[in-house]
Design a protein around this ligand. Structure first.
Ligand code: UDP
Ligand code: MG
Length: 139
């Protein structure tokens, strides 16, 4: 079924400061089911490849340096209307604009270090999930 899963990353700032558990609890409470999950530390080249769509933007260099600065958790999450529902749960890119009760409102420390990634379309969720997970790692 289209749009029944999304792809997410718990970013280095949140992992480094022990927020993985609380973020996973919020994801669980919101009704998402974990379909795949692992901890990895991206190389700079891997982060550049993942964020290729943002290549050339003024924030690109800082973003890929940050995303390769420490381990992250990558995951595939199942839910009805997963893309939209997860974007609602994480809140706006800029934590100053994120709704109260969202993951970014609680755990982001800046626009760059905004604690979590969530896919913005079904097409990108498929690409992003395939970038990190093989078929036998998905349930
Ligand atoms: N980002 C940044 N500065 C900006 C905009 C974005 O550092 O001005 C970072 C931020 O970590 C964001 C990521 O780049 O999550 C991808 O940006 P996008 O616009 O796709 O935001 P998202 O989809 O993550 O809300
Ligand atoms: Mg995005």
């Amino acid at each position: 079924m289209q749009n029944d899963f999304t792809f997410s990353i718990i970013k280095p700032n949140a992992v480094r400061t022990g927020k993985t558990g609380p973020i996973l609890a919020m994801i669980n409470e919101a009704g998402f089911e974990i379909s795949a999950l692992k901890m990895i530390h991206m190389t700079l080249a891997q982060a550049e490849s993942f964020y290729e769509v943002h290549h050339g933007r003024p924030f690109f260099e800082g973003l890929v340096e940050f995303m390769s600065s420490g381990p992250v958790f990558v995951m595939i999450l199942k839910h009805e209307n997963a893309i939209e529902e997860f974007r609602k749960l994480i809140g706006a890119t800029d934590p100053a604009k994120a709704e109260p009760g969202t993951i970014r409102k609680k755990f982001a420390v800046s626009v760059q270090m905004n604690a979590v990634h969530g896919s913005d379309s079904y097409e990108n969720a498929c690409k992003e999930a395939d970038f990190f997970f093989s078929g036998i790692e998905r349930f």
